[in-house]
Design a protein around this ligand. Structure first.
Ligand SMILES: Nc1ncnc2c1ncn2[C@@H]1O[C@H](COP(=O)(O)OP(=O)(O)OP(=O)(O)O)[C@@H](O)[C@H]1O
Length: 358
């Protein structure tokens, strides 16, 4: 395990009591404002010194209260990206990147990092002339230049508008896919996390309430109270089979095929699709004469009927999972229970472009 966190800390009335592990790839820390995300990130970077517990990075103790170990921030090899970038305004992009290397024993490969984050044409510009998204790409590159053993990003997209977020997400996907260190990605946005996370830790009131692979957690009805009913949904892994002339693409998933618009990835490439639970319909029989092409044979895995009129149904389609939100009345009438076989219907236009990543 690359990162192991087990900490307890009191901040005023707030008690932080968090334990989780993270491997290379993106581990997202998701939670509402005040749930303790920044405090966890700060405990890893050394900006906060928890009263009790440990933080281990590649078997190295950065914090171990039992042994009175507290490694100062600049010796931790933690690359930190703040919400607002915090670039040096008087230095060019290149100067900012050089600054990132100043404590590095072995600096990250500048050409590789510049290429990964698409900074080649920006090197001589000053931060004041960059867009918010470009500034954040520089901040990420600067953090990588310090040859970190982990990258901690605290809400790196929070200050950006939607178009700038869309612009930067592919770079973050590239970072995730090419980096061999763990990336702790702090966010309150389920959409971002669904695009980027391999693993997901959900925090609520200073405690871990869900932890697992992003696919597992997001398709678990038990996670709905924490992500919110409107944001609830699952992640499907698909392969692009072909792009049709009509703007629709045919995709293979483990449980069948889907036809969706807005897919720009090359034929043959793998993508991930976020499907909101509110965009899935269920039918006991295979529907006929329906406008939707997206009909999947599924098996009910779990069912959660809340206090209100809604029911959440976790479904298995081949190796993939779907989450559907229907009325409790419909669930009863259809006799849904674990093991029930039925059909899930997804309207093609329900999946916006931003829900399709790689
Ligand atoms: N120095 C402090 N003294 C007292 N309470 C604090 C202090 N720092 C943080 N807190 C409280 O600890 C809780 C967790 O704060 P934290 O910033 O870690 O949450 P967060 O999930 O990152 O929130 P946000 O997304 O709003 O930044 C909050 O209730 C906050 O008010």
């Amino acid at each position: 395990m690359s990162l192991s966190v087990n900490i307890t800390h009191r901040l005023g009335d707030f008690l932080l009591d968090v334990a989780f592990d993270a491997s290379p790839g993106v581990t997202a820390l998701l939670g509402p404002s005040g749930s303790g995300k920044t405090s966890v990130a700060n405990s890893i970077s050394g900006l906060l010194r928890p009263f009790y517990g440990h933080v281990h990075l590649r078997e190295r103790a950065l914090l171990d209260t039992a042994k009175d170990i507290f490694v100062p921030p600049h010796k931790r090899r933690v690359g930190y990206v703040f919400q607002d970038g915090r670039l040096f305004p008087h230095l060019t992009v290149e100067g900012n990147l050089r600054f990132g290397m100043r404590f590095a024993k072995e600096a990250g490969n500048p050409a590789e990092v510049i290429d990964l984050l698409g900074l080649g044409t920006l090197l001589h510009r000053r931060p004041g002339t960059l867009s918010g998204g470009e500034k954040q790409r520089v901040a990420m590159a600067r953090a990588l230049m310090s040859d970190p053993q982990i990258l901690v990003m605290d809400e790196p997209l929070a200050a950006l508008d939607e178009p700038r977020k869309e612009e930067i997400l592919p770079y973050l996907e590239g970072l995730r896919d090419q980096s061999d260190i763990p990336i702790l990605y702090v966010s309150h946005s389920v959409a971002e996390v669904a695009r980027l996370a391999d693993d997901l830790v959900i925090l609520q009131g200073g405690k871990v309430v869900c932890h697992g692979s992003a696919e597992e957690v997001l398709s678990d009805p038990a996670a709905i109270p924490f992500v919110g009913v409107r944001e609830a949904g699952s992640i499907l892994r698909a392969k692009v089979l072909e792009h049709g002339p009509d703007g629709l693409s045919r995709l293979a998933i483990s449980g069948g095929e889907l036809v969706l618009p807005g897919v720009t990835a090359d034929e043959g490439s793998n993508i991930r699709i976020r499907v909101l639970s509110q965009d899935i319909l269920l039918s006991s029989r295979r529907p006929e004469g329906l406008s939707s092409r997206n009909i999947l044979a599924v098996t009910v895995e779990a069912l959660r009927i809340g206090d209100g009129p809604g029911a959440a149904v976790s479904l298995r389609a081949g190796e993939d999972r779907l989450l559907a939100r229907i009325t409790a009345q419909a669930a009863r009438e259809m006799g849904l229970e674990p093991g029930t076989r039925c059909f899930a219907i997804l309207k093609a236009t329900a999946v916006p472009k931003g829900s399709i990543g790689r």
